[in-house]
Ligand binder design. Structure first.
Ligand code: FAD
Length: 621
């Protein structure tokens, strides 16, 4: 039979992790099979139709910098783009796009179907082929055996999935999809630590039954932000308005009246839910003093009437969901098209993984996405990319690659997961990264694209765009450093117009830009050339304005790196080290790490604490 069954890499699951994994491995030249339940659901957004947001857009841009799909698909599918935290510092600025879920899926499918070296096949993977301590392939539901050097498992919420609505529950991978029970059973036979987690989604609403006139309008930003470093706003479809409404005291009373039939409160759900994305019943219960919660009313797309009411995820019985929704201003006549629900699923303790996301027990087997205890498309996509890269590298008998914590949010994400594990769905925040000022979303390409090129992930088009931008940044920086203006010149007179303190001597444009009252646009057209590309201008402005802080962080990283292998004496008395919190002191006393690197990986031991440790060791010497 002329049907391909031997590959370099097999990826199981066509969600956000699986698609990035398969695309990455194939881009790197590995013959790759993407095996998934249903080709129609490739790239499906199981919950909210949005990509990016605080901490998450950093991951999306890193995926993009390494040639991945998520940002490009977002530019083709985004129906509203905003920059969050735009008034705060560049480290925490984040791009968020509301996506048309049909266009998003189409964009991902197009990329998959047109990727050389990639084969798609629709079928459930029910079993893994394992020989000794290595994976050698996969067996499908109908018994087809596929063989490969490496296998990436990205099964999302499907392993042993159980859907709850009120006191009713049934098996499911997400609404409308069957779970992956055979594979879940197989994984429980292997030496992995399996736990249960839970997540939920709100009911969807028919826009034709909603009164938007009582809601607050929320438009996207102008000019429209772009997600991909090689994207453009010309690719964006029509942009639309979102709305904001709120729950009322009546809503909360209705929700409370359903507590006795809540699967969460009745103990039917054992899995822990996402702390930062709680259900509405959880919010009403935990924040009893609050009489209202905000709801963002987000269209699901340009060709559907369905709305996503962001903020009222619930697994309460349907009658309570309906009454609660209809007590919300604007939703009085609302028709629910799909009930909200919670889903419980198996996840595998990520402490059983290496930094490459390869499992410690079975060589060649990688896990990525929600299966590792994370939540969110972006977290899944980033892990998928990393697992795909390493599965391809191993298949090609090359050294593994993974970014450090000071190189990428992807490094932070994986390091957090494998060193600390997780007992609740893990989502990314900027606060998880200690080197935030260096790991900005705007410089993800400068941090990673060169590595991506070396790994074979970045095509000629992206590489050329990147080099043009990098050269333009260097050129503009040097122009600003070398163009000096004299107080008595015409340029000096102009500059004095916007300076708080007038010029008293020659100053470079870079020096002027370091002043808080000056932004790039004030000085852009002083001198001969200026950066036409707003991304170049932004980069130059951030690099110059925050130079002091950035170089301090870079020094700290360098110092820690140099000292990573420094030994910690077995008799070290942590009580006499100044500047450590009691919690950190206690952790160090208990673990008694052997090296500074090991100490830095203990949960809660901050870079500042490591610095104190190093100062103390130096004094001791
Ligand atoms: P998924 O997107 O779930 O994709 C898994 C893929 O694997 C699917 O295509 C599936 O068909 C396939 N598959 C599974 N098993 C097999 C098998 N044995 N053989 C072949 N194919 C298989 N995220 C948030 O950030 N916030 C939220 O509020 C939120 N709420 C959610 C609510 C619900 C009800 C659900 C279901 C998810 C929610 N998520 C939320 C999570 C978000 O959808 C996931 O984080 C993200 O989709 C994970 O991506 P993934 O690639 O790991 O898995």
């Amino acid at each position: 039979m002329d049907f391909p069954t031997r590959f370099d890499v097999i990826v199981i699951g066509g969600g956000h992790a699986g698609t990035e994994a398969a695309l990455a491995a194939a881009r790197m030249g590995s013959q790759t099979l993407l095996l998934t339940h249903n080709i129609e659901t490739l790239g499906q957004m199981s919950c909210n139709p949005a990509i990016g947001g605080i901490g998450k857009s950093h991951l999306v841009k890193e995926i993009d910098a390494l040639g991945g799909a998520m940002a490009r698909a977002t530019d083709q599918a985004g129906i509203q783009f905003r920059v969050l935290n735009s008034r705060k510092g560049p480290a925490v600025r984040a791009t968020r796009a509301q996506a048309d879920r049909i266009l998003y899926k189409a964009a991902i499918r197009h990329l998959l179907e047109n990727q050389p070296n990639l084969t798609l096949f629709q079928q459930a993977a029910d079993d893994l082929l394992v020989e000794g301590d290595r994976v050698t392939g996969v067996v499908t539901q109908t018994g087809i055996r596929f063989h490969a050097r490496t296998v990436v498992l990205t099964t999302g919420t499907f392993l042993g999935g159980v859907i709850h609505i009120g006191m009713q529950h049934h098996a499911g991978g997400r609404a409308g999809d069957a779970p992956a029970n055979a594979l879940a059973r197989r994984l429980r036979e292997l030496p992995f630590n399996v736990g249960r987690l839970k997540t939920g989604t709100p009911p969807r609403i028919d826009a034709r039954t909603v009164d938007f006139s009582v809601m607050q309008e929320q438009w996207g930003d102008e000019p429209t932000p772009v997600m991909s470093f090689i994207g453009s706003r010309d690719q964006h479809p029509q942009q639309i308005c979102c709305y904001v409404t709120r729950t009322t005291e009546q809503t909360h009373d209705i929700i409370r009246s359903g507590f006795d039939r809540s699967p969460m409160f009745a103990g039917n759900i054992e899995g822990v839910g996402p702390r930062y994305c709680p259900s509405i019943e959880d919010k009403v219960n935990r924040f009893a003093d609050k009489d209202s919660h905000q709801i963002f009313v987000e269209p699901e797309g340009l060709t559907t009437h369905e709305l996503y009411p962001n903020g009222i995820s619930t697994s309460l019985p349907f009658d309570i969901q309906l009454a609660a929704v209809r007590s919300i201003p604007g939703f009085e006549q609302a028709h629910i098209t799909r009930p909200g629900y919670a889903i419980e699923y198996d996840f595998l303790n990520p402490q059983d993984l290496r930094h490459t996301l390869e499992t410690k027990f079975i060589g060649g087997l990688y896990f990525a996405g929600q299966i590792n205890g994370t939540t969110g498309y972006e977290e899944a996509g980033a892990q998928g990319l990393l697992a795909g890269i390493n599965a391809a590298l191993q298949a090609q008998e090359k050294d593994p690659w993974y970014p450090r914590r000071d190189e990428a949010y992807l490094g932070v994400l994986v390091d957090d997961l494998i060193t600390m594990g997780t007992s609740e769905p893990y989502r990314m925040f900027t606060s998880r990264a200690e080197y935030r000022l260096i790991l900005r979303e705007d410089n993800a390409d400068l941090r990673l694209t060169e590595t991506g090129r070396k790994l074979g992930l970045v095509d000629d088009h992206r590489w050329q765009r990147f080099n043009t931008k990098r050269e333009a940044i260097a050129g503009e920086r040097s122009r600003l450093e070398t163009t000096r203006i004299h107080p008595d010149s015409a340029a000096g007179a102009r500059a004095n117009g916007f300076l708080n303190q007038a010029l008293t001597r020659d100053q470079s444009l870079a020096e002027l830009l370091r002043r808080p009252e000056i932004s790039y646009r004030h000085i852009a057209d002083i001198g001969e050339v200026r950066a036409e590309d707003p991304d170049v201008a932004e980069q130059v402005e951030i690099e110059i304005k925050y130079e002091g802080y950035i170089s301090r962080q870079a020094d700290e990283i360098e110092r820690l790196r140099r000292n990573e292998n420094t030994l910690l004496p077995a008799d070290l008395d942590y009580d006499v080290i100044g500047g450590l919190s009691n919690e950190i002191r206690q952790k160090l006393q208990t673990v008694r790490p052997e090296t500074v690197a090991q100490a830095s990986r203990i949960q809660g031991v901050t870079p500042a604490a490591i610095s104190q440790l190093l100062v103390h060791l130096k004094k001791r010497d």
